[in-house]
Design a protein around this ligand. Sequence first.
Ligand SMILES: [Zn+2]
Length: 103
Amino acid sequence: MQKATKSELQMLREMVWHFGEITLCEFCHRPLLHIPPGMTFGHRRHPPIDTKLTIHHRDRNRDNNQASNRVPAHRSCHIQYHANLRRTSSEPDDESTDVTTDC
Ligand SMILES: [Zn+2]
């Protein structure tokens, strides 16, 4: 891995661990990530993200990428949401194709 790419990955992992602990899933309202005991910050040596995450479009339109329409979620909660939607609704669901091919 190139040095710049590795440095970027280390930065992104630290940011995701940080924001994942203080950001709640749109569906289950639990933190996106649980920080393992002993994890520290400020050194950029973080383990891989151990939970699958995704971005949900509140209006179910993936073409509407305004910040107010994008919310983070656990991938498993997102899949469950769209599965329930398909079961109970006859309306088209833009995101369901992504959900089914993404898991
Ligand atoms: Zn969730």
